[in-house]
Write a protein that binds this ligand. Structure first.
Ligand code: PRX
Length: 678
């Protein structure tokens, strides 16, 4: 523990100021004072956010900034009416950006010279026209109405934002399922959202191969039929050149046929929607098997995005912005689609893998379009920094002026590499913490405010003005600097989730019950002597594999669906590149023997039930019994400690209810199994 502490804490005092910012640096005490003013009381918080809200075009102005009469169901800009699609297209056109590029999309496949085979560019007017046509078809051909939730199971192609905007125009909602999820996971989410329409693609390109998507949808529909849920229509975007796409003529329709005959200039008014209506649901992993439908607002969400695009990304009209996430996760919703479009940016959108056809693909993209703002993940940086720096240097990255990371803690080495290679030791670089449930960024550096506070490798910095957070102990007391505790948010913020879809009680229980009046994030953190936050990782049973959020309970319930598995316990194993990978301790039923073949079969089973994102990295370790406390709880902390290679001495006190001897036995049993696996 001591050593761990020193490792983490030595960066507390490493201050970095990008030279071009040297005249625009906050004195830390001054920044803290400025920040405190914005969170002093409810009035100051409201005042801060109103400043941003006033910059947006409301159909009707709010009557109340923050309705906190029914906590924790806070509602922002109540009485106001607004529409996300209007902000992202109509408003941009009004502002003179009709012919400005909104999206530059690059497909993965390359020609012999290594250049992208397909680049598609869309202006704001293109986006407007296409989303109007889709909105018209959805409304008039399929009867999609305000409030209906349509599931989008699409890869990183422009049609995904097109459909998102089309749905927002007519007040319908989306539930996007990441294209790396399997048929079972898709079926669960379609059923929970009650969708009768799915939009998908025939496939996608990944590392030079075609990944089939339509088949996954068909399988999901079969599962749904068995459960009595009927999917009426599947709209299929043609992305690949495959000719063997299974097609059910009665139910499936190609995207181009769906739009056939709809006039190019059709107009569907973006309808005014109440600020506290919801814009989408996004299923995310939690600590029980059932995924949670994070329900996002409209008005508050828009304000939070607009503000963070300005504060964190310091957007200017001539920027070229690139967020490398996938739209299937929240980062893509907020910072590929709604945030950049409502601030009128030109964004790059890339379909494929960072290392295809070579590990400098990303650097070539930055060079090709002159990217100025780069938003990426620590996992990608750790993967790409393993290759010779010459691969970066051979590309001109001199345009980059801001590079932030997100999704998981960035280790100081990865930060330094990003800062020196991509930022050439002179750009604002920080780790922006937030989560699906927060809707938008809540920590990070704020170049858009005109001055920055000093950078430090690995920190998350301060929360935004208007947002008060803390690191607290079990009893809710503030932890002193340097002491690890639980990361909580103490003031409502505009993009906060409204509730969990159809499960308000679960929303209260998970996030608001543990400490009175605090939103519990699920993360461990530490504060340093300057008040900077350092998010250290999840304190619950959620693991982050390459920044993707996975509930261990979801993995465990998938495992026991296999006939050979009696019990299983999944924990995250620290991994140099991916942050964590799932290690699944598995007890077999009588009559089954551990073997490499069975392990393979179980991985295939995981691929089918959850999807490749878990299956490809999972390590399955066969054991005789899952170690449990006397009251029957899995000794997760013990499992975590063993896989992290910690000695027994550190963990005998962890499982209070159980005798030291039993813990030691369990420890040895697990350690042996893990070592055998190596
Ligand atoms: O553990 C934190 C980690 O990602 C979790 C949220 O995951 P998700 O809802 O998938 O959203 C990810 C993208 C917004 C958090 O509870 N996390 C996210 N960003 C950071 C982070 N951990 C440390 N530093 C970050 N910048």
């Amino acid at each position: 523990m001591e050593q761990e502490k020193q490792e983490v804490y030595k960066e507390f005092k490493e201050y970095i100021i990008p030279p071009s910012w040297k005249d625009r640096v906050w004195d830390i005490e001054d920044f803290k004072k400025f920040h405190e003013e914005t969170v002093k009381d409810k009035e100051s918080v409201e005042k801060w956010w109103v400043k941003w809200a006033e910059q947006l075009p409301w159909f009707r102005k709010w009557s109340r900034v923050l309705d906190d009469s029914n906590p924790p169901f806070y509602r922002w800009f109540v009485g106001g009416e607004i529409n996300l699609a209007y902000l992202c297209t109509d408003w941009q056109i009004e502002k003179g950006r009709k012919n400005k590029l909104a999206i530059i999309w690059e497909g993965e496949p390359v020609n012999e010279a290594g250049e992208p085979k397909e680049v598609r560019k869309f202006t704001y007017y293109d986006l407007y026209r296409i989303s109007n046509r889709i909105a018209s078809a959805l409304r008039d051909r399929l009867g999609v109405r305000k409030g209906e939730i349509v599931t989008l199971y699409l890869p990183m192609i422009p049609e995904l934002p097109f459909y998102m905007l089309a749905l927002q125009r007519i007040g319908a909602k989306h539930s996007i399922v990441y294209s790396g999820f399997s048929a079972v996971a898709l079926a669960d989410r379609v059923e929970a959202a009650g969708s009768r329409i799915i939009v998908t693609a025939d496939g996608l390109y990944r590392r030079g191969r075609i990944i089939r998507l339509k088949e996954v949808v068909d399988e999901a529909i079969k599962i749904l039929e068995e459960r009595g849920h009927r999917v009426e229509k599947v709209i299929v975007v043609k992305r690949t050149d495959r000719t063997d796409v299974p097609f059910n003529e009665a139910r499936d329709i190609w995207h181009t046929d769906f739009l056939a005959g709809i006039p190019e200039n059709v107009r569907v008014d973006a309808i005014p929607l109440p600020s506290d209506d919801f814009s989408y649901i996004l299923y995310t992993s939690g600590t029980t098997g059932a995924p949670k439908g994070s329900q996002e607002s409209i008005g508050g969400y828009a304000v939070g995005l607009y503000a963070t695009m300005n504060m964190i990304f310091d957007v200017k009209d001539d920027d070229i912005y690139w967020c490398t996430a996938d739209i299937g996760w929240v980062t893509g919703h907020s910072y590929i689609v709604y945030g950049p479009l409502m601030t009128g940016l030109t964004s790059v959108m890339y379909e494929g893998a960072p290392d295809y056809p070579g590990p400098d693909r990303w650097w070539s993209i930055i060079e090709r379009y002159g990217v100025t703002i780069f938003y990426t993940t620590p996992t990608a940086i750790r993967m790409l920094m393993k290759f010779p720096d010459e691969l970066v240097k051979k590309h001109d990255l001199s345009t980059v002026r801001i590079a932030h990371s997100v999704g998981e803690p960035i280790n100081p080495e990865a930060f330094r590499w990003l800062y020196s290679n991509v930022c050439r030791n002179d750009a604002v670089c920080s780790s922006t913490w937030w989560m699906t449930e927060t809707g938008h960024i809540l920590t990070g550096h704020l170049p858009g405010l005109g001055k920055i506070y000093p950078l430090k490798p690995g920190t998350n910095g301060y929360t935004l003005p208007g947002v008060k957070a803390d690191v607290i102990d079990e009893d809710g007391n503030s932890c002193p600097p340097g002491v690890r505790g639980y990361f909580v948010i103490k003031t409502p913020w505009p993009g906060m989730l409204m509730t969990l879809y159809k499960d308000p009680q679960r929303y209260v229980d998970i996030y608001w019950k543990r400490w009175e009046g605090c939103f519990w994030t699920g993360d461990y953190a530490v504060k340093d002597q300057d008040g900077y936050f350092w998010i250290l990782g999840r304190a619950d049973d959620v693991i982050k594999v390459a920044g993707h959020r996975i509930g261990t309970a979801e993995v465990e319930s998938a495992m026991i669906m296999h006939p050979a598995v009696a019990e299983s316990a999944c924990v995250g194993k620290p991994d140099e590149v991916k942050g964590e990978i799932p290690m699944i301790f598995t007890v077999l039923k009588h009559g089954y023997n551990a073997s490499p073949e069975l392990e393979q079969e179980l991985k295939m089973h995981l691929r089918k039930t959850i999807g490749p994102l878990v299956a490809s990295d999972a390590i399955i370790v066969f054991i005789n019994a899952v170690p449990k406390t006397r009251s029957g709880k899995i000794m997760r902390r013990l499992l975590r400690a063993v896989v992290a290679g910690k000695p027994l001495g550190d963990i005998t006190t962890l499982e209070d209810e159980t005798a030291v001897k039993e813990v030691a036995e369990a420890y040895n049993m697990i350690k042996e199994a893990v070592e055998k696996r190596r």
